[in-house]
Design a protein around this ligand. Structure first.
Ligand SMILES: *Cc1c(COP(=O)(O)O)cnc(C)c1O
Length: 376
């Protein structure tokens, strides 16, 4: 049986966790958390990175920093995970969904401007599969209309757009270290802050509305309640687990990319015959092999393919029922313009197994079965 995902594991995790435990100090912002933050800051050039308990929480933190208020509107794709929308709905804002591009499944940047109203406060692009949105266009629109850009880069760590790391292009970026992602701490994430003017406020929101971070740095002699806030910092044990993976990030990334290239090369003949579609990586985008997906003719063919693969011992999956069609999406948000691709393309997409421990032999077996399904 080839499962759909095996969480990444390097072998060093337990050792680093015991180091954290040996100190008998495993609360937030310990040594391993600092290592992870610094690593992300160095790799991305962002102004400040704060490790969080999830990407969901990192996005919530971004919504707080962006001062999103009831009635505000945030433009985003409907083809995404619920957290992209929830972060803003929790602030009382309205997610305004626009259609995606069929080639990358990312928000169609050419449709954003028409969705802007006098209530629009931010754009939340999602870099699906670690392939960048058209960020030059998005940033240009945001600057012209004075909007903030909050990147959902949950899938985007180690990927770039015209040389710039995803998550570090907009005003804020959110990474996920959930165990389904390229690097894991079980549950976890990070907020990337472009402009350091937000850092002090971010530390306060993340530390229960107190200035405890300043206190720990010795900048003040007692800490107090200074604003509303919550608790968004992970235990240093979780950060220790993540550190084992970030320190080998290049090797993990290289192996994933090799598997991705192998999938692509072996399935290309099917695309050439017009039997299925493979992912597009636009020029200027370097992806991170977060996922390998294919697109079937339609929903019916996808169901048949997934069932066939399952019989062959391969767990392939699909995801994201478009948010605007879900009960909460209908209640809290609205779709601007025509749903030309969001629903139709989401029904064709199937994700094949993709994880660090996957082998080249397994990929060959999977592509062989896909070919068998299409009688090639
Ligand atoms: C995984 C994911 C999230 C949520 O990440 P968590 O760390 O589980 O909160 C948000 N958005 C997208 C696009 C994701 O893929």
């Amino acid at each position: 049986m080839i499962v759909f995902n095996v969480p990444p594991y390097t072998g060093k995790e337990a050792e680093y966790i015991s180091q954290a435990v040996a100190k008998q100090k495993i609360c937030g912002d310990g040594e391993f958390t600092k290592k992870c933050n610094q690593w992300i800051e160095q790799r991305t050039g962002t102004g400040k990175c704060l490790l969080t308990t999830s990407c969901t929480h990192a996005t919530e933190l971004a919504a707080l920093l962006a001062d999103i208020r009831p009635g505000d509107e945030v433009i985003m794709p409907s083809y995404t995970f619920v957290s992209t929308a929830n972060a803003f709905v929790l602030r009382g804002a309205v997610p305004v969904f626009v259609d995606i591009r069929p080639d990358t499944m990312n928000i169609d940047e050419t449709l954003i401007e028409a969705a802007i109203t006098d209530k629009t406060r931010a754009i939340a692009p999602v870099h699906y599969a670690g392939v960048a949105c058209e960020m030059d266009t998005i940033m240009e629109i945001a600057r012209r209309y004075n909007l903030l850009v909050i990147e959902d880069a949950a899938q985007g760590i180690m990927a770039t757009y015209k040389g710039r790391p995803l998550g570090a292009i907009g005003d804020f970026g959110a990474y996920s270290f959930h165990e389904t992602k390229n690097y894991s701490m079980g549950e976890g994430g990070a907020l990337l802050i472009h402009d350091r003017k937000y850092v002090e406020e971010a530390e306060i929101f993340r530390e229960k509305g107190t200035n405890r971070s300043k206190f720990f740095r010795g900048q003040i002699d007692k800490y107090t309640w200074v604003n509303f806030g919550s608790s968004y910092l992970p235990s240093d044990m979780n950060a220790a687990y993540l550190w084992a993976q970030l320190e080998t990030a290049d090797a993990i990334n290289a192996h994933r990319l090799e598997l991705w290239e192998q999938y692509y090369a072996q399935l290309q003949p099917l695309q050439e015959k017009g039997l299925l579609e493979l992912p597009t990586v636009p020029e200027g985008c370097v992806h991170n092999a977060h996922m390998f997906y294919i697109k079937t003719k339609d929903l019916q063919e996808r169901s048949a393919l997934l069932a066939f693969l399952k019989e062959s011992g391969i767990l392939a999956v699909f995801h994201y029922i478009p948010l605007h069609t879900a009960p909460a999406g209908r209640r809290f948000g609205r779709f601007h313009g025509e749903d030309r691709y969001t629903t139709a393309e989401s029904e064709r997409l199937a994700r094949l197994p993709m994880f660090y421990k996957l082998t080249s032999e397994e990929v060959s077996y999977i592509t062989g079965k896909v070919k068998e399904f299409y009688r090639l």
